[in-house]
Design a protein. Structure first.
Length: 405
């Protein structure tokens, strides 16, 4: 195993445990190259299922259970049983969207109620391995809460940079509860990320999604999803797009599984952004070769209020390789979709609801077959942003198109 530049025209390599965050040759992001498994797909599927009967901490984790596709050599892992998240069939939501076969992969069922835990179990484990004493990140809220929790479990100091006034009280409360040091930055997420990169030193292990070990953990959501589907790939996987780490990670997982013989086909990846924070969607529509950041991103879906996503090239590669695409939805569409997910007894934070909003729009435009097998990824729990829920109902007690019965 080793690190490799994600730029296929460069493909420079580094030692697996090199703490570089970008390629020393071309400055692009790095990715982990996993050794091909020695067992066949049938043998691995059996092993992974058998581990569900084990009490080994690695097997109780919905991430480390699939460790043949993860970095190895760790004597100690930092885990809280992350993963193990349900695949929930949409009922009212499917009818509302105009689809016949809709499921939600709800990553908000993780220990800190969001998908970030999948990446943090691997990222913080690597931080311990390389001897870090402190870990840090910039965040719109979810990353900081997850980092703070896993750092606390590992006995590491956590330092988080947050855009002042732009993080939900629920997410800030998590960070404080887990004992992290908070640095509030004037400006948005992009300003917070720039600030921590300026302040970073050898004593602080950086754990935003440009860290390749973070994405190794996050990719495992696709392994679990496919196992729950009997290893039959859906037609579409729809995911919210903020800093675009998930789009990159999920694409990497699908490519690895396809290359190893687990999948006959790749599902089409759809990345959904909010209209007020949509640099990748604008690039896609224009056919441009370079991303132009949104200088002042604005959306009520604060988890994806990011104007300059660092993983855009990796995400774009995923879209091309899966014949996918990117689109955006309005805050009103997000609010209606979120309310509908709540009416289905599922619930999610606002950014997650972009997936259902996009699917409804696609179905209405006739751009997706009603009988397509679709998995929409929900990245965070409903209680991540309760102000959004309360304010939505105070402002619009009956959102358009949403049955309140």
């Amino acid at each position: 195993m080793h690190l490799r530049c994600s730029n296929t025209e460069c493909a420079a390599t580094l030692d697996l445990h090199d703490r570089a965050l970008s390629c020393p040759v071309c400055a692009e992001l790095l990715e982990v190259v996993i050794d091909p498994p020695t067992l066949s797909p049938a043998e691995l599927r059996r092993v992974w299922l058998e581990r569900r009967c084990s009490y080994d901490p690695r097997d109780l984790s919905g991430v480390w259970r699939f460790r043949e596709f993860l970095p190895d050599g760790y004597s100690e892992i930092v885990t809280m049983g992350e993963g193990n998240c349900p695949l929930i069939k949409g009922k009212k939501t499917a009818q509302w969207a105009g689809l016949g076969n809709l499921r939600f992969k709800h990553l908000g069922w993780n220990p800190t109620a969001c998908f970030k835990d999948l990446g943090m179990t691997v990222g913080v484990t690597e931080a311990l391995f390389v001897g870090a004493k402190a870990v840090g990140c910039a965040s719109t809220g979810n990353t900081s809460g997850s980092l703070a929790a896993y750092a606390a479990r590992a006995g590491l100091h956590a330092k988080v940079y947050l855009p002042a006034g732009y993080v939900s009280a629920n997410k800030l409360a998590q960070v404080l509860d887990f004992g992290a040091e908070v640095v509030q930055v004037d400006g948005n997420f992009d300003a917070a990320l720039a600030q921590i990169l300026r302040d970073a030193n050898d004593g602080l292990y950086f754990l935003n999604s440009i860290n390749p070990f973070r994405l190794e953990g996050q990719k495992i959501a696709m392994f679990e999803m496919l196992e729950q589907l009997g290893w039959q790939a859906p037609d579409y996987v729809v995911v919210p797009g903020g800093n675009l780490g998930n789009g990159s990670a999920f694409g990497k997982a699908l490519e690895e599984l396809h290359a190893a013989g687990f999948l006959d086909k790749l599902p089409r990846m759809v990345i959904v952004q909010a209209e007020g924070a949509n640099p990748l969607a604008k690039l896609w529509r224009s056919g441009a070769r370079e991303l132009h950041p949104v200088e002042e991103p604005e959306t009520a879906a604060t988890a994806i209020r990011i104007g300059n996503p660092r993983s855009w090239k990796k995400a774009l590669r995923t879209l091309h390789r899966t014949n996918g695409f990117v689109m955006d939805v309005s805050d009103q569409e997000i609010a209606e979709a979120k309310a509908m997910i709540g009416r289905d007894g599922i619930g999610c934070e606002p950014a997650s609801a972009t997936t259902l909003a996009a699917l409804r729009k696609l179905a209405r435009q006739g751009e997706i077959d009603r009988d397509a097998v679709v998995v929409a990824v929900l990245t965070g729990h409903a209680l991540k942003d309760t102000d959004f829920i309360v304010n939505s109902h105070l402002r619009e007690p009956a959102l358009e198109g949403v049955c309140c019965a």
